[in-house]
Ligand binder design. Structure first.
Ligand code: FDA
Length: 408
C-alpha cells in the first residue's frame, strides 16, 4: 500500500466499510476526482489493483510528465461526440492545474507548442496529488483490485481484494487498455456494459506504426534515423513534427499523432520535407552543383543514410547534370508524398492511449454521471475522449475528474 503522508490508511484484511464515494483507479483522473470530492467533505476511498498508484503519471513524458498543454481546445480530442469534452475542459483549464503545480512549488517548463513538463520528475506530480488527497482526508489504497460491483438500494456494493465496500457513489476511473504491464485492464468497459452502457470499439492510439514486406525490408536497418520535421496526413487531419525509423516501422511525434486518425487500409501521406518544394530545389541544385551526385544533394536535406537508401531503392544516383527536369520533379514528388504503406500499429503494448471506450451518449458532459444509473460516474481515458500527444490526455483526466469530484 502506498499512501500520501497524510492520507488515512484503510483497515487491512477483510473488512466491510462504508464510504460516500468509491473511486476505482488511482490514476490521474481518479486522484483528481478524489481531491475534489474530499474537499467537499465526502468520505472518499480510492482503490487500485496495481502495486503503486499513478504508474502512468510516473512513466509519462519520459519521466518528467507532460502534465498539461496551454493550448488545449476541444478540437485536440477525438470522440464520437466532439462536443462532449467542452464543458469539463472549460470549467477546469490548464491554468487551474498550473496553479496547483505552482502551489506545490514544482518547477516546470514549456517544451514546445504549449507542452508543460516538470523540470525534475513526474514523481512530483504523484506526490502533489497524494498530498492533496491526504489534506482532503481521502484514503488511497494500492494492491486492492475490484472483483465485483453490485447496485444496491443505497448505492453500490463493491467486492474488493480487501473486503466489501459500500458506497453511495461509484466512480469508474480505470483508464484504457494501453500498456497492460502498467495495470491497464478492460475492467472499466466491463462495468459500463454491466450497467447497460454502450462501449464503442477500442483501438490503440498515439502508437508507432508497423511496416511489412518490402517496406519493412527497405527501412528496418535505418532504425534510429530521425527527421526533425515531416508532415503526416490522413484525410483532412495533418501533423507537422518529427519522424523516427524503428526496427518494426515508423514512430516519432508526427507518426504517433496521426496514428490516432489512421486505420488499417487508410491512405497515409507523409511529406518528408514539408518546407521544401523538393523538385524545384533539385532543379536549382543541378545548376549550382552539376557534378554532385543526387544522393549527396539529397543528403544535405535528409539524413544521409535515408538519402542513400532512397537512391538505392528508387532513384539511381547519378551526377545532377545527367537528370532531366521531369526526372528531378518526379524525385521531388516522391519525397513530398512518400509512398509508404503502414501495415498496422504496435498495439496496446506501446500505445500511449486507447481510442473509443464508454459511449459519451450515456454520460452527462457536465458531471460525468451516468444517465442510466444515478450515482455512477465515468472519468478519464475509459470514456470515449482521447487527446492528441502533448499533455492533452492528462488535461482531460484532470478536467473530467474535477467535474465528477464536484458532484459525486
Ligand atoms: P490511468 O491509466 O492513469 O489510471 C487507471 C488506473 O486504474 C490505473 O492505475 C490502473 O492500475 C487502475 N485499474 C485498472 N483496472 C483496475 C481494476 N480492475 N481495479 C482497480 N484498479 C484498476 N498523457 C499526457 O497528457 N502527457 C504525457 O506526458 C503522457 N505520457 C504518457 C506516456 C505513456 C508511456 C503512456 C502509456 C501514456 C501517457 N499519457 C500521457 C497518457 C496518460 O497517461 C493517460 O491518458 C492518463 O493516465 C489517463 O488517466 P486515467 O486516470 O484515466 O487512467
Amino acid at each position: 500500500m502506498r499512501l500520501g503522508d497524510n492520507a488515512r490508511p484503510a483497515a487491512r484484511g477483510c473488512r466491510s466499510v462504508k464510504v460516500d464515494v468509491l473511486i476505482i483507479g488511482a490514476g490521474a483522473a481518479g486522484l483528481m476526482c478524489a481531491i475534489a470530492a474530499g474537499q467537499r467533505g465526502r468520505r472518499v476511498l480510492v482503490v487500485d489493483h496495481a502495486n503503486k498508484v499513478g504508474k502512468k503519471i510516473l512513466m509519462s513524458g519520459g519521466g518528467r510528465c507532460n502534465f498539461t498543454n496551454m493550448g488545449v481546445t476541444p478540437a485536440n480530442y477525438l470522440s464520437a461526440n466532439p462536443h462532449f469534452a467542452k464543458s469539463a475542459l472549460a470549467r477546469y483549464t490548464p491554468w487551474d492545474f498550473i496553479a496547483l503545480v505552482e502551489k506545490h512549488g514544482i518547477a516546470y517548463h514549456e517544451k514546445e507548442l504549449g507542452q508543460l513538463f516538470c523540470d525534475d520528475s513526474s514523481k512530483q506530480i504523484v506526490r502533489m496529488l497524494l498530498d492533496e488527497c491526504g489534506a482532503a482526508g481521502v484514503t488511497v489504497e494500492a494492491d486492492c483490485g475490484v472483483q465485483r460491483v453490485r447496485k444496491t438500494s443505497g448505492g453500490f456494493s463493491v467486492h474488493t481484494a480487501r473486503g466489501e465496500v459500500h458506497a453511495e457513489s461509484l466512480v469508474v476511473a480505470c483508464g484504457g487498455l494501453s500498456i497492460p504491464s502498467m495495470g491497464a485492464s478492460g475492467f472499466g468497459y466491463e462495468l459500463a456494459r454491466q450497467f447497460g452502457h454502450n462501449v464503442l470499439p477500442t483501438r490503440a492510439g498515439l502508437v508507432p506504426l508497423t511496416l511489412s514486406g518490402k517496406h519493412q525490408e527497405h527501412y528496418q536497418d535505418l532504425a534510429g534515423v530521425a527527421l526533425p520535421m515531416v508532415e503526416t496526413r490522413v484525410g483532412k487531419q495533418g501533423f507537422r513534427a518529427g519522424l523516427l525509423f524503428t526496427h518494426r516501422g515508423i514512430s516519432g511525434p508526427a507518426i504517433l499523432q496521426i496514428s490516432s486518425y489512421w486505420q488499417s487500409g487508410d491512405d497515409l501521406r507523409i511529406d518528408l520535407l514539408p518546407d521544401l518544394d523538393v523538385g524545384a530545389h533539385l532543379v536549382d541544385q543541378r545548376t549550382a552543383r552539376p557534378l554532385a551526385e543526387l544522393k549527396t544533394v539529397l543528403g544535405d536535406v535528409l539524413p544521409k543514410r535515408l538519402a542513400q537508401r532512397l537512391c538505392e531503392q528508387w532513384f539511381e544516383s547519378r551526377p545532377m547534370r545527367q537528370y532531366r527536369d521531369a526526372e528531378l520533379t518526379e524525385v521531388g514528388a516522391q519525397l513530398n508524398a512518400w509512398p509508404i504503406t503502414a501495415s498496422g500499429t504496435e498495439g496496446y503494448r506501446t500505445a500511449e492511449v486507447t481510442l473509443g471506450g464508454v459511449d459519451t451518449d450515456g454520460i452527462s458532459s457536465s458531471t460525468m454521471q451516468s444517465k442510466l444509473v444515478p450515482g455512477l460516474y465515468f472519468i478519464g481515458e475509459v470514456v470515449d475522449v482521447t487527446g492528441w500527444l502533448g499533455g492533452y490526455n492528462f488535461q482531460w483526466a484532470w478536467a473530467s475528474g474535477q467535474a465528477a469530484g464536484e458532484v459525486a
